[in-house]
Design a protein around this ligand. Structure first.
Ligand code: N01
Length: 535
């Protein structure tokens, strides 16, 4: 156990400094909570801090992918419809300063355990600072995790990893100072959203790139566009409607499923509808498609074959074409995370880029020179990049030693046979413990900030509504502390309950004077009658 921060006990402790942590820190502090945020990275950003691989950029369009409160977007300009992570980091710095969040946040601080103290009714949390090699113990009445969906990278346990003489990087732990890949023989395992982005960047600079694909990505063209000053003015002008619309749509995008089923239209009508969607680019061909696209096998197949017809001609080599756009859909269209590409398919036309289907020829092991495949072929590499994703959704909670009222098991143990939550924000047996943008929430099926702000507002209201006993406790502590001062406590007076036999002897009065009392009551009123609730 590490050292205990003297008298450090928060009302609310936030874990994670991305959209969720920042939003809740600002919100809860404004409502008078004594709140502090712990982030394992060295600044705000969350997933955008950690995922600093080449080519990382958001694939949700910016009017929706940002905080909604006026002051945050009013003073900020985006340079592209889908900004790079560097721009997102600058945005988080802007909001961190604007909301003055830095003073209530500790960085390089990873929460490694959180145990509920049944006697004291607090969470006792161990925080590790890997840079300084220290651990600290902090207590908090409420624990609120904002670790997101992608906190814990996944690296498949290939044999021989330690033998490799070259460099190995996981995209989510990419060195912040960057890596020079020019002239290097690179291998990328994984073709998810991250794989697509990293392949687009590595392909043109590497002397050779080998992509190890298990499942082809059904990627759609990104409707990227530079945003001028005028575009930003228009975005701001439209913001109130944009926010209204994104609250009303299925995933928080600015479009929703079409109100028809695919087979309600004739083949010609369908073709013309698909063409229109395709022209718009972006995720429209997914979540703006016929409403039964992810429900009806015929609808999914029709969408897939249209996608294939558009995509296949981009790839010259017939082998790569069939691997990237197979005749038989790898999954029903739209049922696995679709990505947005800029140059992904063109990259495979470079003579220096190879594609290996690991279903056909699986990775056997990693050798000192590279990757050995099942058939004995060895792909020699200088750099091996794992774009193999995360222990997604639950990892951010289950990889922390979180123990509730029964200390014999962790939250991860509880969920081994299936995830159990209420409203996707809390789990029975773990009191005063919540999370946003996590298991059993709309998380991955929504634009991050849209879901986070809704859950953040809901939880803030819950904490405000339920904290009445806490304000009462604090008021009592303050009254008793003031009563201890001076000599009043020595007098046998009714002020201190001394006149009634058996009555509790304590201070029954506010002793700091009327001006202070007026000030305090004014403060409570200004904070929305903090601590009051009418039934
Ligand atoms: O991870 P993934 P990701 N052998 O799990 C493959 C968000 N995101 O980091 O598909 C060979 O999607 C695996 O193969 P398969 C977004 O929500 C957003 O790409 O399982 N291959 C897959 O191809 C996204 O969905 C943005 O068959 C192996 C890949 O590794 C989520 O993060 C950008 C393997 C992992 O893909 C995760 O995306 C990036 C093995 N043993 C990410 N094990 C933007 O906003 C795994 N794979 C842009």
């Amino acid at each position: 156990m590490g050292s205990m921060e003297p008298d450090q006990k928060w009302d609310v402790m936030l874990v994670g400094g991305g959209f969720g942590g920042m939003y809740l820190l600002n919100k809860l502090r404004n409502f008078g909570f004594d709140v502090h945020l712990y982030e394992s990275g060295s600044t705000f950003g969350g997933t955008w801090f950690w995922n600093c691989y080449p080519g990382a950029r958001v694939d949700s369009i910016v009017p929706t992918y940002q905080f909604s409160s006026d002051e945050t977007w009013d003073q900020w300009e985006w340079s592209e419809a889908y900004p790079k992570r560097e721009e997102l980091e600058a945005y988080f710095r802007h909001v961190g300063k604007l909301w003055n969040l830095y003073s209530n946040a500790s960085f390089n601080s990873r929460v490694v355990s959180a145990h509920w103290d049944i006697e004291e009714k607090v969470w006792v949390c161990e925080i590790s600072n890997e840079q300084e090699n220290t651990t600290t113990i902090v207590k908090s009445r409420i624990l609120l995790f904002c670790a997101g969906l992608s906190a814990v990278p996944y690296k498949p346990p290939f044999e021989g990893v330690d033998d490799f003489k070259g460099k190995i990087y996981h995209t989510s732990r990419w060195p912040r100072e960057g890596v020079d890949l020019k002239g290097k023989r690179c291998g990328v395992i994984g073709t998810g959203a991250t794989g697509v982005q990293v392949i687009q960047e590595v392909g043109p600079v590497a002397s050779h790139l080998t992509v190890f694909q298990r499942t082809p990505n059904i990627a759609l063209p990104m409707d990227q566009a530079p945003l001028s000053k005028e575009d930003n003015i228009k975005l701001k002008k439209d913001m109130p409607e944009t926010l209204e619309l994104s609250k009303a749509t299925w995933a928080g995008f600015l479009y929703s499923w079409h109100d028809k089923c695919a087979m309600d239209d004739t083949p010609e009508e369908r073709e013309s509808f698909y063409e229109k969607l395709w022209e718009r680019r972006g995720f429209g061909f997914w979540v703006g498609n016929y409403k039964d696209t992810t429900v009806s096998p015929e609808a999914a197949e029709a969408a897939y074959q249209f996608w294939r017809k558009k995509t296949a001609p981009m790839i010259k080599d017939p082998y790569k074409r069939e691997k990237l756009c197979p005749e038989v859909a790898p999954n029903p269209f739209g049922t696995k995370r679709i990505s947005l590409y800029r140059t992904y398919y063109d990259i495979f036309n470079l003579p220096t880029v190879d594609l290996i289907d690991v279903n056909e020829n699986p990775i056997h092991d990693i050798t000192e020179n590279g990757i050995r495949l099942q058939d004995g072929m060895e792909v020699e590499l200088d750099v091996l990049i794992f774009a193999t994703g995360f222990d997604t959704i639950t990892g951010g909670l289950t990889h922390v030693d979180i123990r509730g009222t029964d200390p014999s098991f962790t939250l991860g143990d509880k969920w081994k046979k299936g995830c159990q939550t209420y409203l996707g924000m809390c789990s029975n047996g773990f009191p005063n413990f919540f999370w946003v943008y996590g298991p059993q929430s709309p998380g991955p099926f929504s634009i991050g900030p849209t879901c986070i702000e809704f859950q953040g507002d809901w939880l803030t209201q819950l904490l405000r509504d339920l904290r009445y006993p806490e304000v009462e406790k604090k008021w009592r502590e303050m009254i008793l502390e003031a009563g201890e001062k001076g000599l009043f406590k020595y007098a046998k007076s009714w002020w201190f309950g001394a006149n009634i036999p058996g009555k509790q002897r304590e201070c029954y009065n506010y002793m700091l004077g009327m001006p202070e009392y007026r000030k305090k009551c004014g403060e409570v009123r200004r904070n929305g009658y903090e601590g009051f609730q009418l039934k």
